[in-house]
Structures are given as C-alpha cells and as structure tokens.
Design a protein around this ligand. Sequence first.
Ligand SMILES: [Mg+2]
Length: 432
Amino acid sequence: MRRLSSEDATVDTISRGPTVVVPPSLMNNPSSAHEIAAAMEMARLELEDFTSPESTPGTPPVTNVTDKYAFAFDIDGVLIRGGRPIPEAVEAMKVLNGQNSYGIKIPYIFLTNGGGKSEQERCIQLSKQMEIEVSPGQFICGHTPMREMAEKYNTVLVVGGEGEKCRHVAEGYGFKDVITPGDIIKTDPETTPFRKLTEEELKNSKVRDFKNLAIEAIFVFADSRDWAGDQQIILDLLMSKGGVLGTRSETFDEGPPVFFSHSDVVWSAGHELTRLGMGALRASLEAMFKAVTGKELETTAFGKPQIGTFHFATRLLKQWRRATHGIDAPPETVYFVGDTPESDIRGTNEFDKHSENTWYSILVRTGVYQEGTTPKYTPKATVNTVLDAVLHGMQLEQKKALRETLDITKKLEGTAIAESAPNSRAPSPTRK
Ligand SMILES: [Mg+2]
C-alpha cells in the first residue's frame, strides 16, 4: 500500500493505485490509523472493480479490529467546523484506533454531502485538517452515486463549486462532454445581464455551438457561487425544447432532468448561524419554475438522506468485512454520527428500516442541530460531541457482548440443570 504525504498528494497521484494519505510528520512511522485506512481502501477498490469476479474469502490476517460494528461520520459540523477540527474529533479518532480500555480498533468511514470535491480531494483535506492517516476509499460523497449516470448522458451541464473544479470531478467520473455556466456565458454574454466572467473564467471557459447541441442533463455538483446566473441558465434549459439553448418549449416538459448531489437546505460553516446550502437552491429553483411556467418541477437529489448513499456504504463495509474477517455480511451495527436531523438522522433511520444490518443514528450538538429545539427526525441518541458518540456506541456494544456471554452461560447452566433433572425446564435466555 502506497503512503503519500498530504503535503504532496494530488488527486492525480492518489488516483493511480491504492493509497493512504499521511500527515508529513507520520511518513516514516505508520500510525495506529494506518490499518483501517489501508483495509478500507482495498475493499473500495475491489467493490468498484466491476470487471473482476467476486473473490472468495480467504484466511483473514490476525487483527484486533472488531468486525461486529463500525462508525460512519458526517464531516461538516461533526469533525470539522469552519475549516478547523472540532477538538473532540481528534480524540475520537484516537479512541477508534485503539486508545481505549478494550484494546480494540473500530472501523470507520466518512459519508459527506459537502460536495464539489472528489473523494480524493476530501481525503487529502481531512488528512491535513485532522492530522490523520486516511484513504480515499473511506470517503463517500453525495455525488458518488452520480458516477453511474456518466453512462446514461453524453452532454451535461455541471453547476457549482470553485472555478473548474466540478468540471474536473465530472470528467473524472467519466462524463464525456461537460459544459459549465461559464461556457454558456462566454458564448453569449447576454445570457446573464448582471454577471460578467472574470479573466480566469474567460480563459477556462469554452465557446460552443449551443444552437446545434442538446444538453441531456443538468448536475448541480456543489454549491453555486452565483445563484442568479446559474439559476437563469438552469431555467433556460428546463424551459427549452430538448435541452437546446435558445429554444422555448410550449408545454415546459421537454427540458433535461436536473440532479442535485444532496438536498441539505442549511449547513454548518464558520459563521455561528447555519448558512444556506444546495437544498435551498433546489427549493428556490422549483419555486421559480412554478412562478414562470405555472408547472411543477420534478428534481432528483442524491446524498443523505437518500438511500443510495447508505446502500453504497453498506456494500463497502460488507466488502471490508469479507476481506479482513472472512465473513460475507456487513458489520451488525453501523453507528452513524451526524449534525443535521433532516439528512443525517432521517437517512439513517429510514435506511435502517430496509437494511440487512442495524443503522443507529446519533445526533451531535456541534453543528446544525441546536440545543433546545426538537429535531424533525428523532435520533436514537443525542450527545454533545463526536467523542461522546463514539463512547456511546462502544458502551452499547460492550453491554451487548456482556449480555451475549450471560445468555450463553445461562444456556449452558440451563442445559446442565435439564440434564440433571429431566422434568425441570431450562430457563430460556432473556434479551432486552
Ligand atoms: Mg453536517
């Protein structure tokens, strides 16, 4: 497994093979976080390598990483706030990586809606922010499921993010012809009367023959940096005939579909109060479409709380358990720690109803959720910080293990009693 310093790692270099991203200070001395980061990276590569047949579980190596349960973390408002780590988050990672009284390690992954960045970028960023070894395989972004859409649509409009970043993420996902709002404004500056492209944007944007080009789908990958301009362009397309700019449908139902990488209305940034997010743009766009056309607009969102993200996470953890413990099932319980009831808690609770394992939602008070309010979706537990969340999950597991031991003991005693006195009935083991 390659180890690359977070200082030098780029999306390009870490995409070339299995990689763990390492803070420079740990380069010569792998930390306790290496094992889980490396194993999750291998599992992810195997999961996404559609060509190779499923390997049969071999003899797993000896490890003190538990396979019974795992943690999944939201990032913004849970581990990071305003670009800096939440102090307890650093501690929580140490606990997961073995600094605990049980002497075990617990596997973990990251599920984030924070878009506009590829899994690789998020990985390098978190390694730097938290000073921790992590691998891109541990990251599932809101737009990860969009990868599969690249097969379906050829020419697409990609909206949001800084500069050319989202164009690159989309191309990295396999989209063949990616158009940005910048391309459209450069081709016809009258498109957005109040927005002028910067010199940088002019340089990167491409003039295209939009009169003879159908845009087949619209993807909002990350937060828009210019709502007015971007919404104008999206509306133009939604009202067009078959995604050709400059045309107008009479029925307003001939435009391309629009996809959002998530639907969080607010998020926890550096400001003390929450800030508007992509879900707000979505709501605004739907309202505007209605106001202009009188029709309802149907949009699709990925990310939490949508099931797809959780399903992908379960498959990853299943692959990981198979490779590391030789068991063909996901860990029995996944503790999901998030700060947004509408996406994190809602998604976890809903997925728990369908999934083959248990998804247990834990709400923290370090982000969007504010103490004293009633969360719209009820978590299984509410705690102050991510460290409390980790300790809570571990305690539950410890109790569970203890109860199982007691059950076995009772069963054995019961058998013994039943054998010595054939007429007496063995007490049946009781569970919570
Ligand atoms: Mg969050």
